[in-house]
Design a protein around this ligand. Structure first.
Ligand SMILES: C[S@@+](CC[C@H](N)C(=O)[O-])C[C@H]1O[C@@H](n2cnc3c(N)ncnc32)[C@H](O)[C@@H]1O
Length: 132
């Protein structure tokens, strides 16, 4: 497996390195995208393909009374996201689930907004994932 396959599904030591790199390297485009997103302070947001969790941390800042959840099918991504957001998780404002965006178990209409940064091009069956 090449190192860059860790962009699709971070795994092992290379994956751990990749999620750190994603948190840093994706920052400029994430900030650019986030500045278009109007959120209420108490909104509930889902971040799909959350990677290293940096965008969940940013979303929690935009919604200081809200809840932000993340989903990612990589155990390495889930572990890093939990570490980056451990205080919010302890406060009950954040939860991170391991699973595919093609088949999510969240209740319908629970979230006010759903985000996905630098991940949709990896998803199978886009119409299905967007319906989810
Ligand atoms: C390039 S990283 C982007 C991570 C983060 N969103 C960011 O902007 O830094 C892509 C992430 O999407 C996740 N991913 C790709 N396909 C997925 C799927 N079908 N379901 C859940 N997560 C997926 C990968 O595991 C990886 O963590």
């Amino acid at each position: 497996m090449s190192f860059f396959e860790n962009t699709r599904k971070p795994a092992g030591f290379g994956g751990k390195l990749m999620v750190v790199m994603m948190n840093l390297g994706h920052s400029p485009v994430a900030w650019w995208g986030l500045h278009f997103l109007e959120l209420a302070p108490d909104d509930k947001v889902l971040d799909c393909g959350c990677g290293g969790g940096a965008n969940i941390r940013r979303l929690l800042k935009k919604c200081p009374q809200g809840i932000v959840k993340g989903i990612d099918y990589s155990p390495v991504s889930v572990e890093k996201t939990k570490k980056v957001n451990e205080t919010a998780i302890a406060d009950g404002r954040c939860a991170v689930l391991q699973g595919s965006v093609a088949d999510m178990m969240f209740a319908d209409n629970w979230f006010d907004a759903v985000t996905a940064f630098e991940t949709v091009y990896f998803w199978p069956d886009l119409p299905r994932c967007f319906r989810e």
